[in-house]
Design a protein around this ligand. Structure first.
Ligand code: SF4
Length: 410
């Protein structure tokens, strides 16, 4: 294998130390949380590098852990001999191991290390204090990463590239990806073991960016993405591109990046005219838009409908950012049942909302009573009760950033 330009590494995930006991209580050890999904945006980012003529390969360490436990990062670096290493630090669960991976890469190989993603954006100043991190890519990466990699490879100045910070300069987030139709968010040919990845996980398809809602604990909320990614509105890929993407995906199940209830009518109409091979799992951010759902009934072989009402008490639910009532939710389930979709219903509740300094226990009686009503309507529904960790960006301002970084990287 000739030397490659960029090696992308998706690190192992781990819940922060302050939260692990709650996951153990839920019957899951923190160690089980390998967080194998690659952030869906990175696929477009990497394919854009390839489009610009760069030789890029990618590895997912959680995937390696599952299918090749004897995998050696050192051997891998020797084999590919990359000029640049890119590590994603999108979700906070990747911070701890992302740092360790960056440290090892620098020690073994010594090339330039770039970190990017939502958590990297939030903590960029802390990350740049660490000697083995050379650049942090803040916000959307589609365009600036290609520019940064080309500048590194061509030994050209980097200090004018949007969204980039290093030990020597800090460029503000002035770029936000608005031309999502120009990127390929589907082809995973760059990833080692891509076939295993596609057969193991649902495929998360980038249909659009920018959730319009403001859930209390989510760094993907409208307020937070405005601050972290400079994005002001929800954007969607064109109907033609979404159809093309769906037709080229070989995974058994596809998830959309944004709830289908948010999709523009034009996109729903276009999808309704097609028949796709993959099943659709849609996460409804609130209750379902039944009209849009009905239009897609014949387009997918089966559906999984995923809801997250958080709490059984509707006032608590509203406080956390989901303003629908119990009645609205139960009516929605009833309608879905009546319309007899082929597939299943999954409902997630939260037992503890975990902050670094405390955990808030949500009312168990109200939850159990609500679950009972749900199961009366949909006896086969899969109901899961899990802890939820507050995303770190939602605590910014309340906890000093240095301490926040320490807590979420422990
Ligand atoms: S939890 Fe989901 S619906 Fe709520 S703000 Fe985050 S992405 Fe949007």
């Amino acid at each position: 294998m000739p030397q490659i330009d960029v090696l992308y590494i998706h690190p192992l995930g781990k819940n922060p130390a302050f939260s692990r006991k709650y996951f153990k209580k839920a019957g899951k050890t923190a160690a089980e949380h390998c967080f194998g999904f690659i952030p869906m945006g990175i696929i477009g980012v990497i394919n854009n590098l390839i489009k610009h003529g760069l030789k890029v390969r990618g590895i997912s360490l959680p995937l390696k852990k599952r299918i090749n436990p004897s995998f050696s990062l050192e051997e891998c670096l020797k084999f590919y001999n990359p000029k640049v290493i890119l590590i994603d630090m999108h979700w906070y669960v990747q911070i701890k191991n992302g740092l360790e991976t960056a440290r090892q890469c620098k020690k073994i190989h010594g090339c330039k290390i770039i970190i990017g993603g939502m958590s990297a954006t939030l903590f960029y100043e802390e990350l740049l204090k660490i000697s083995y991190i050379d650049y942090v890519l803040k916000g959307d990466a589609e365009k600036p990463l290609a520019e940064l990699c080309s500048a590194i490879l061509g030994n050209k100045p980097k200090n004018k590239i949007q969204n980039i910070a290093s030990g020597n300069f800090d460029n503000e987030i002035t770029y936000s990806c608005t031309d999502i139709d120009n990127y390929d968010y589907v082809n995973m040919g760059f990833l080692e073991d891509s076939e295993a990845y596609i057969s193991m996980f649902d495929f998360w398809l980038m249909v659009g960016k920018g959730c319009p809602f403001n859930c209390e604990h989510c760094d993907g909320s409208h307020h937070k993405t405005k601050a972290l990614f400079g994005r002001n509105s929800t954007i969607f890929r064109s109907p033609e591109n979404v159809v093309k993407d769906l037709k080229s995906i070989s995974a058994e199940t596809v998830n959309f990046s944004l709830d289908l209830s948010l999709m523009p009518d034009e996109l729903i109409e276009r999808l309704s005219k097609e028949k796709f091979n993959s099943n659709l799992r849609n996460e409804f951010f609130h209750t379902a838009d039944l009209c849009k759902l009905r239009k897609l009934k014949g387009s997918f072989p089966s559906f999984d409908f995923v809801f997250s009402p958080i709490a059984g008490n509707e006032d608590v639910r509203k406080k956390y950012g989901k303003p629908f009532s119990n009645k609205q939710f139960l009516d929605c389930l009833r309608r879905i049942e009546e319309e007899d979709y082929n597939g299943g219903i999954i409902v997630y509740f939260t037992d503890y909302v975990i902050y670094p300094e405390k955990a808030v226990k949500l009312d168990e009686n109200a939850r159990n009573e609500f679950i009972r009503k749900i199961l009366e309507i949909v006896p086969y529904a899969l109901v899961k009760v899990l802890p939820q960790v507050a995303d770190p960006g939602t605590l910014k301002g309340r906890i000093p950033i240095k301490r926040l970084f320490r807590l979420y990287s422990a």
